[in-house]
Design a binder for this molecule. Structure first.
Ligand SMILES: [Zn+2]
Length: 493
């Protein structure tokens, strides 16, 4: 009998903090520049140079730790992690070891039922510096770019509580959204400022002991994370089921073959010979630095999504779209959600309909034109006016969308646009009866087939009436009138 194995997955995320200068020197952090142009004695590891802590990096790190509900200790301490590698000129990396910025937290996330929940635990959050970047150019040798050396990184370590690829992706997406919305990091996987590593182990069901863990690196997309986890679970299950043991190793994700591949067998933690960094003082985490890193916890993105769904009746898809950072410029990440709430709360717009107009028409406009909602002249009040006209049957939903598009494009007043374009819906009974009679006269044959029993043909006449009225007739009432006049022969009166 094959035993069942339970996967235990922990995720380490390294994210580059959004600062102008590096972690311990004044060099620029800008991306995509000529190699080795943003360097100085500190980030090149020259003997005698001394590091200085970037205050902004500490503030951003603390903000993240607090957004992840971590306990903030009174003191944090930098430490040296000693190892040799060409991308590390000092022979050690400055990181935090025994005293990180935050411990024992959790992430707020939207679960698979679209409910706000206390997601997986966070073990620790700490600051460290990035290494230089190596370019292996085959026979030509290896090149080193020190522009990356010393960039400020935040390491976020989850508890080993994740049990599947899809759960890992849910966690990472929420973390990325949180870092981006709170302006802590660009959290861009392609530019390498959000990198993750997995620790995966398998243990026999109900055994209570953790299996030997395997590390997986080189994961540069959510898809890679999901596939790597699925692959490792299968690979390790097969080894264990065959009676063999898992060896502690580091593996890499190879995108081309959709598999993890062996890199090296792992050394143990003690080989890094950590000790407190003698060139830097301890960080005291109280007073000003705590005020500077404070923010409204209600602005945690998952909480805003949940608010849109539960309080304002926005469908989950729309709520997530509005809190995805698309359609708004980077300086205004919350603009879309705030816009909707203002339209509903202050101007009396109807929730679901307003949300649908935003997720439909506004996003179509953004995709088509590349303009962001906060760059247009549309206001929450204007959007509310449109939805109110729809509820009063003064505007069909089709024309509401057209009006919205014109207002997004050119601005103006709602009433003017609706009148100028002839969007006002005709609900006047006499006008509608006249219209319906005209349509019947022009389509005698169809009327005849309907009388003979083919009632579905009424749809064609409704279409004609809408065309004739340029979309202004109220289609529901037109349908009723046609039914009455044709089938109940009220046209004699
Ligand atoms: Zn430097």
């Amino acid at each position: 009998m094959i035993k069942d194995y339970v996967p235990t997955i922990g995720i380490e995320v390294h994210t580059q903090l959004k600062t102008d200068s590096k972690m311990f020197c004044g060099c620029s952090t800008s991306f995509g520049n000529r190699p080795n142009t943003h360097t100085c004695p500190v980030c090149l590891g020259m003997p005698g140079s001394l590091p200085r802590v970037n205050r902004k990096a500490v503030v951003l790190g603390l903000k993240a730790a607090r957004a992840l509900h971590c306990a903030i200790p009174p003191i944090a301490q930098f430490a040296r992690k000693n190892y040799f590698y060409p991308d590390l000129p000092k022979g050690y990396q400055i990181t935090m070891y025994r005293f990180p910025l935050g411990t024992e937290g959790h992430i707020d996330l939207m679960n698979e039922h679209d409910k706000l929940s206390k997601g997986r635990g966070i073990e620790r959050v700490h600051l460290e510096e990035d290494t230089a970047k190596l370019f292996h150019e085959g026979a030509a040798g290896t090149y080193i770019d020190f522009n990356r050396a010393g960039l400020p990184l935040l390491e976020i370590v989850s508890k080993p509580e994740i049990s599947s690829g899809s759960e890992a992706v849910r966690y990472l997406k929420e973390l990325k959204r949180l870092l981006w919305f709170l302006d802590i990091s660009d959290a861009n996987m392609e530019e390498g400022n959000l990198r993750c590593e997995l620790n995966i182990s398998l243990s026999p069901e109900d055994s209570g002991v953790l299996g030997t863990r395997v590390e997986v690196k080189n994961l540069n997309s959510f898809r890679a994370v999901e596939h790597a986890i699925e692959f490792e679970i299968k690979r390790q299950t097969k080894i264990l089921a065959g009676g063999q043991k898992i060896r502690m190793e580091t593996r890499g994700w190879d995108e081309n073959i959709d598999k993890t591949v062996h890199h090296r067998f792992k050394e143990t933690v003690s080989e890094y010979r950590y000790f407190p960094e003698p060139d830097l003082p301890n960080l005291t985490l109280e007073g000003d630095i705590m005020n500077e890193s404070a923010f409204d916890l209600n602005n945690i993105p998952a909480r805003r999504v949940s608010e849109l769904i539960d309080r304002f009746g926005v469908p989950p898809f729309g709520a997530n779209l509005m809190m995805s950072g698309t359609g708004v410029s980077e300086e205004n990440p919350y603009y879309m959600a705030d816009f909707l709430i203002e339209a509903i709360d202050r101007h009396g717009a109807q929730g679901t309909q307003t949300a649908n107009l935003i997720t439909g028409t506004v996003f179509e406009f953004v995709n088509k034109t590349g303009r962001m909602l906060d760059e247009t002249d549309l206001t929450p009040k204007m959007l509310a006016e449109i939805t109110k006209m729809v509820s009063r049957d003064e505007l069909s939903i089709t024309n509401a969308k057209k009006a919205l598009n014109l207002l997004l494009e050119h601005g103006g007043k709602v009433k003017d646009v609706v009148q100028r374009e002839g969007f006002v819906q005709v609900t006047d009974e006499d006008e509608l009866v006249t219209l319906v009679r005209e349509v019947m006269e022009e389509n005698e044959q169809i009327v005849e087939t309907i009388r003979k029993g083919k009632e579905t043909a009424i749809g064609a006449l409704v279409g004609e009436a809408m065309k004739k009225s340029k979309g202004q007739a109220d289609p529901r009432r037109v349908n009723e009138l046609l039914t009455e006049l044709i089938l109940f022969k009220r046209n004699q009166t």
